[in-house]
Design a binder for this molecule. Structure first.
Ligand SMILES: [Zn+2]
Length: 279
């Protein structure tokens, strides 16, 4: 259990059932397949705008709009990129032994996208393995059982090392380029354009009041984006780049980024210089 910096807010995991009843509100933890069902139930049975916090985060992930009709052309392509066959053909396994390029065997497996615009649109979706229980998957994913980001990275890259078809340097390169870099750059930008907010009443200020106190209630005014959320992954990213021998270009991008973080966050108020610094 982790207690947050806001009073009486808890983030907890209930062992075995993953279910909690508090103040007559029933809350079930779920992920993956269960999510869509639970979110729909929430929308139909349990949902009230009264439950939404009126402060930070408030409506961010709340299901406020319900669609009764889905237009396949309007939804994310990713959702159609799922195979809908009952079994994989022998040719697929044979091609995998030859280390064939995935694009070369594309037509062997039908995916959801293939049905779009045909008479069978969204029909005949099948699966390879049956289940009797929607909640049969792991109760806690590896994302939660593993510790910090470094541990998660290690687990993923360890898997990449074991798979003959996977080039682990390429995996490391992609994780850095598509996850770490955009995350750090985005957070750095957010840090420099952030608002400040009163911890007690939630009043927002575009600039920190000179007194440091809230003009509405006298409470403590604080940053909304913290240093930790900006620089938390930069060391991990640098270490991964070193360990997996990423391209010099990637390493240099990280180095430049690390320098800009340092120039913003390093406390340079009280630095004593020796005479040697001027020689
Ligand atoms: Zn206030």
């Amino acid at each position: 259990m982790v207690q947050s910096d806001i009073e009486f807010t808890y983030c907890l995991t209930v062992e075995e059932t993953n279910t909690l009843v508090a103040n007559d509100v029933y809350s079930g933890q779920c992920d993956g397949d269960e999510d869509c069902v639970m979110l729909l139930m929430d929308g139909l049975l349990n949902f009230s705008k009264e439950f939404l916090p009126d402060q930070r985060g408030g409506r961010m992930d709340a299901p406020l709009v319900m669609s009764s009709r889905i237009d396949p052309s309007e939804i994310d392509d990713e959702a159609h990129n799922v195979d809908i066959v009952r079994e994989y053909p022998k040719e697929l396994y044979e091609a995998s032994r030859e280390m064939a390029d995935p694009e070369a065997v594309e037509e062997l497996i039908q995916i959801g996208e293939d049905t779009l615009g045909t008479d069978d649109e969204y029909h005949g979706f099948d699966h390879t393995h049956d289940t009797t229980d929607i909640a049969m998957g792991p109760d806690l994913s590896a994302y939660k059982t593993l510790g910090d980001m470094m541990e998660k990275m290690d687990a993923q890259l360890e898997l990449a090392r074991k798979l003959r078809a996977v080039d682990e340097t390429d995996v490391a390169e992609r994780v850095i380029e598509y996850h770490f870099l955009p995350d750090i750059i985005g957070n750095l930008r957010a840090f420099s354009r952030q608002e400040t907010r009163c911890l007690d009443c939630g009043e927002k200020y575009r600039r920190m009041p000179l007194t440091g106190e809230c003009r509405e209630c006298g409470g403590r005014v604080n940053l909304t984006v913290h240093e930790g959320s900006v620089s938390k992954y930069v060391d991990t990213a640098i270490e991964v780049a070193e360990r997996f021998d990423c391209r010099p270009y990637t390493k240099q991008r990280l180095k430049v980024l690390d320098q800009s973080l340092e120039s913003i966050f390093e406390d340079d108020t009280n630095k004593q210089s020796g005479i040697a610094d001027f020689m």
